[in-house]
Design a protein around this ligand. Structure first.
Ligand code: ZN
Ligand code: ZN
Ligand code: FE
Length: 758
């Protein structure tokens, strides 16, 4: 006796080869029925014997295609079709336009094994074709104009499939069934190499590119979500030349390596690191440098960011060419968005690149590479972008449609639809017009592919942020201003599906406080509606405001002045005093006295700067968090070196006083204590005092769930030290694994708070 079952699958199941997968599965278990794309995913009906249906249902989630994300599977018994209405086969039914409303577009995914094999198979018709792809791999998000996701709505619309490609596209048993970017040598996109003048040099574009790279040239290469500037990573002079032309002082470069074995020539890899490198999202993975020989690639820290080839073109750059590692840095001038358009690249990058490797498949939306690092027990995002966007984050409950516009630095936006929050790609620092344009473009595009137009907008309280100003310029919307650190904690709550009250430790560089000062070393008691500031680092002046961020010695002087008063000079070792820029010191002293241009801050990032300036002689920096990275990099691994003291003052709102810390550091400097030991004592001391302050709040409130968020938690040493202490003291600790702890995750928190404050 045959049975019939109706199955609904929600999640990322369209455009990822899911229907042919179900088709093959139904055939394997001799089932009839049908499948179609539905409102929220796919709807399947199957009919057959009970054991066959059971086997089908067991296999369904286990063997799903790599890009599919199954969020929910529901099944219901229905009446079998018998007699004249009985089917003889399993069918893929056409989907209707109206069924696109709740579907999810897949992120861009690295070339799969099957395609990579075909690419290098001389007998394959796509041998060496740089745009080979299938339903399991290839571009998605970056080529989609709007939904439904089919070829006409993508930048592949201008390429007409040849009969061979069309036959694959139409065959449910083919790996390229409904693969929208399907193409080949005969019908698809092609490469073109040009010099700065736009003239093509003779020869095959790819072979010529490889020759130029081996010769030490800088080539701008059009990729998946934008252009990279590429140069052979094994040629220090060429790398220095790229640094010089790009105006990129000491900031590390990302390196694309041929394979994991080429990665382990540069860095030490754990099994988890290899797994992260080889994951279908292919993020940049921060890894420990093997030797100082590669310091020219990343001078400050212990880390190098490595990633593996993720497009067929990348694979070809490394396939039997002799190249094993290429610097592949986002093609832009300093902090501008990554270039995506051929002509735009030629004009914007003409002073940097010697040659340009173009192709004629348009990138409709720029999307930078993602960056992750492995901490004990979890993988943490530094930047969540290509490969992950626009996959949603699941929320604890259904939300109204809301747009959250994020902060200023490392901006991302976030849009909710039902139980999903869609975090957009990395936009970068909203400090210039082109970043602002990208920000607006990204808001428009995300709303378009999700088919929502939110009437509620959440923004940061900082009146000067461009994102805040954008929000205030929108009409007919309900605006919700959200405090920066409250948003950080809410973002950690969101991804851990917490809804009650928690203690939130938010540590970062800066965020606008409700008292108008720059907060950044905060312990909050918060839920998704409100927060109370329960503790913070004591206020310290930032002499020269933004100047104090670029010149960490100013923060050191500010702390020394707070600790020792006017005769701070007498307390310093003369050798250290001699390193300070004398005329500027006078000016800073004046500022501290009068308070002019010296806003107060409780920032933890600035505290790191001050300590790094003293311990590592990091007097100035050329990129964000550079001093803190140097301090972390030199940290002594031993944990029994003692911890520096802090003091706690106040009752209702605790204040963490750093004066005992600076007294102790200066004492150690007099005794020539190594920077690594000073760094360790500082990390451990900070973890101790944050634990103590938290435990006092635990006692007062009875809460024991602690959320850790903010960019400072990218520091693995502090993260581990604090987490270990809190857990030992009986707290349940929640951290980030789906969005970055830094400002890249801010918009998710803003969104949750706006939903609950309504
Ligand atoms: Zn493939
Ligand atoms: Zn073709
Ligand atoms: Fe922040």
């Amino acid at each position: 006796m045959n049975q019939r079952v109706k199955i609904e699958v929600r999640g990322i199941v369209q455009g990822v080869g899911f229907r042919p997968y179900i088709y093959r599965l139904a055939q394997r278990f001799h089932l009839t029925g049908n499948i179609l794309n539905s409102e929220s995913g796919v709807a399947i009906e199957i009919q057959g014997t009970a054991p066959d249906i059971d086997s089908f249902l067991r296999a369904l989630p286990l063997e799903a295609p790599p890009l599919a994300q199954l969020h929910e599977i529901s099944t219901a018994r229905i009446d079998p079709r018998i007699g004249p209405s009985e089917e003889s086969a399993f069918l893929i039914l056409p989907s209707t336009r109206s069924s696109s409303a709740n579907t999810l577009i897949s992120p861009d995914i690295a070339t799969c094994k099957d395609c990579a094999t075909e690419l290098l198979d001389p007998s394959d018709r796509r041998y060496l074709y740089p745009f080979i792809n299938c339903t399991n791999c290839g571009p998605r998000f970056t080529i989609v104009r709007s939904i439904p996701y089919d070829r006409a709505q993508t930048s592949m619309a201008s390429f007409r499939m040849c009969p061979a490609c069309q036959a694959e596209y139409d065959d449910p048993l083919n790996r390229r069934f409904h693969a929208q970017p399907n193409a080949c040598w005969d019908c698809g996109p092609q490469l073109e190499l040009v010099d700065r003048a736009g003239a093509p040099p003779p020869g095959d574009p790819l072979a010529e590119t490889i020759r130029l790279l081996k010769q030490g040239s800088i080539v701008a290469i059009k990729g998946l979500g934008g252009f990279h500037l590429a140069v052979d990573a094994h040629q220090p002079e060429a790398v220095q030349e790229l640094r010089r032309r790009k105006g990129r002082g000491e900031k590390p470069f990302a390196i694309m390596v041929r394979d994991p074995s080429a990665a382990s020539e540069l860095c030490l890899l754990t099994q988890r690191d290899t797994a992260s490198l080889e994951s279908v999202q292919r993020p940049i993975v921060l890894l420990s440098k093997r030797t100082a020989a590669f310091d020219f690639l990343a001078p400050d820290g212990n880390h190098l960011g490595l990633f593996l080839p993720y497009t067929p073109l990348h694979h070809l750059l490394f396939a039997n060419t002799g190249l094993t590692a290429l610097v592949m840095t986002s093609a832009n001038l300093s902090e501008e968005p990554i270039a995506i358009d051929n002509r735009e690249a030629l004009t914007r990058l003409s002073t940097i690149a010697d040659f340009f490797l173009f192709h004629n498949r348009d990138i409709l939306l720029r999307c930078d590479d993602s960056v992750v690092q492995n901490l004990p027990g979890r993988t943490q995002f530094v930047r969540r972008s290509r490969g992950f966007v626009p996959a949603p984050i699941q929320l604890h409950e259904s939300m109204p449609s809301i747009l959250a516009v994020g902060g200023e630095l490392k901006n991302t936006i976030c849009v909710s639809r039902g139980r999903y929050a869609f975090l957009g790609q990395h936009i970068g620092d909203l400090e210039n017009l082109s970043a602002y344009d990208f920000f607006q473009e990204s808001i428009h595009h995300l709303q378009q592919i999700l088919e929502v137009s939110p009437k509620i907008i959440a923004y940061d309280l900082h009146p000067g942020y461009l994102s805040t100003q954008w929000a205030h310029n929108q009409h007919d919307t309900h605006l919700v201003g959200v405090q920066h650190h409250h948003a950080h904690i809410a973002s950690c709550m969101a991804e851990n599906q917490l809804t009650g009250k928690v203690i939130g430790i938010a540590l970062d560089g800066t965020g606008y406080g409700t008292d108008g000062t720059a907060w950044g070393g905060e312990i909050l008691v918060a839920d998704l509606q409100n927060f109370e500031r329960a503790a913070h680092l004591a206020y310290t002046p930032m002499p020269g405001n933004a100047q104090a961020i670029h010149e960490p010695w100013r923060m050191a002087l500010s702390h020394l002045w707070q600790t020792f008063g006017d005769d701070w000079r007498d307390h310093l070792p003369p050798s250290l005093l001699a390193t300070l820029p004398r005329p500027a010191v006078k000016l800073v002293e004046q500022m501290l006295h009068t308070g002019t241009n010296s806003p107060l801050t409780s920032s933890c990032g600035r505290l790191f700067d001050a300590v790094a300036a003293l311990a590592c002689q990091r007097l100035t920096v050329s990129y964000e968090a550079q001093a803190a990275i140097a301090l972390e990099a030199c940290c002594d691994p031993r944990t029994n070196l003692g911890a520096y003291p802090f003091a706690i003052e106040g009752a209702a709102c605790l204040q963490i006083d750093a004066r005992p810390l600076f007294t102790a550091i200066v004492e150690d400097l007099h005794h020539d204590v190594a920077p690594g030991i000073i760094s360790r004592r500082f990390h451990d001391g900070l973890a101790d005092i944050l634990t103590e302050a938290t435990l006092r709040i635990v006692q007062r409130t009875g809460l024991d769930h602690v959320c850790l968020s903010g960019g400072v938690f990218l520091n693995a040493i502090l993260s581990n030290a604090l987490e270990t202490r809190l857990v030992r003291a009986g707290c349940t600790v929640f951290t980030h694994s789906q969005v970055p702890p830094g400002d890249g995750g801010l918009s998710l928190g803003q969104l949750l708070i706006a939903a609950h404050q309504r």
